[in-house]
Design a protein around this ligand. Structure first.
Ligand SMILES: [Zn+2]
Length: 323
């Protein structure tokens, strides 16, 4: 794998997930608890990217605390366990994936195709179970130390869900990556008229201590919203809600075209640029902000052809405050 520069300390400890390998679903590292009562099938997933520790910590917390749904069915899944198995705090960037990004594979054409990789094998193993999930929270973290983001996708139904969860402050409406669809964009999750829904929460920097508390908070709030747990159970693990939410509508991605993409400065995300402000150089081509109040979303350090360098959006004005 190509190396990625890192200047962030590893404050979190990667939990031992080996006790969860067996699971009870037939899919290794996936465990389901059926309440026996009516209600939705809610899944929380972690480690779609193998070096994003906070989701694993949140699921480990729920499993250790023996949280069980009072209605519906709860599934807890550790996803890219091969990549996670290679996590090394001395070299924490290299275990994002084994062969390819797990979160660019989620279309029936790719999953049902003939191409092979470590991640495709795991995705095909999980795929039938994902088809039974009504509501998914996929827990991630970011390369840079920026505030948490709820990635809601482009549809109104997911924005409404993000508002109902009421945290974090920043909600991003986005349509993913040129390199392929994410788990949260799969099937009914991304169909306007399907009752299924999904959110992806970015809890902070990959190894920053606060990201674990954000992940645990998001997990409980998602379960609370769908009635799987009650306030009494969730309350002690919740963080204060933000006073409001700001919605950033991503309207384009800057996809790297050459093997010489460089940002003009060390962007960390959520910077606001004016029209024409320089963003970077892609080979000899300058990349500039296409409009005023242009917000940079998750600038990447994985700057090779076909990858998303950064996504651009605008803060939607006149949104009612949530929470
Ligand atoms: Zn991720």
């Amino acid at each position: 794998m190509q190396r990625v520069p890192n200047d962030h300390p590893v404050e979190l400890v990667a939990p031992d997930i080996s006790p969860y390998r067996e699971g009870n679903t037939g899919v290794p590292y996936f465990t389901s608890f059926d309440s026996g009562q009516a209600g939705p099938h809610v899944a929380l997933t972690a480690l779609v990217h193998g070096n994003e520790l906070c989701g694993a910590i949140a699921l480990d917390h729920l499993l250790r605390a023996e949280v069980r749904p009072q209605s519906g069915c709860l599934t807890l899944g550790f996803v890219n366990t091969d990549a996670y198995g290679a996590f090394d705090p001395e070299d924490p960037t290299t275990s994002r994936f084994v062969d390819e990004d797990f979160n660019r594979l989620w279309s029936p054409a790719i999953l049902g195709g003939s191409r092979q990789s470590c991640e495709l094998t795991r995705a095909r193993e999980i795929w039938p179970l994902i088809d039974t999930v009504d509501h998914l929270l996929d827990i991630h973290s970011m390369q840079n130390r920026t505030p948490p983001l709820m990635m809601a996708g482009p549809l109104d139904k997911s924005l409404e869900l993000a508002r109902a969860i009421a945290t974090p402050h920043f909600v991003v409406r986005d349509s993913g990556h040129a390199a392929g669809p994410r788990l949260r964009d799969y099937g009914g999750f991304a169909e306007a008229f399907s009752p299924r829904s999904a959110l992806l929460v970015e809890c902070g920097q990959h190894w920053e201590e606060t990201s674990a508390a954000v992940a645990i908070d998001a997990a409980y709030r998602f379960l609370l919203h769908f009635g799987l747990v009650d306030e009494e159970l969730a309350g002690p693990h919740l963080l204060p809600l933000p006073a409001s939410q700001a919605v950033i509508a991503v309207d384009r991605a800057v996809t790297v075209e050459t093997d010489r993409f460089e940002f003009v400065q060390d962007f960390r995300g959520l910077e606001v640029l004016a029209e024409g402000d320089p963003i970077g150089m892609d080979g000899d081509r300058p990349v500039t902000a296409p409009y005023d109040d242009c917000v940079l979303i998750m600038p990447s350090r994985r700057l090779w052809p076909g990858q998303t360098a950064v996504r651009l959006g605008r803060i939607e004005r006149g949104e009612p405050a949530a929470g």
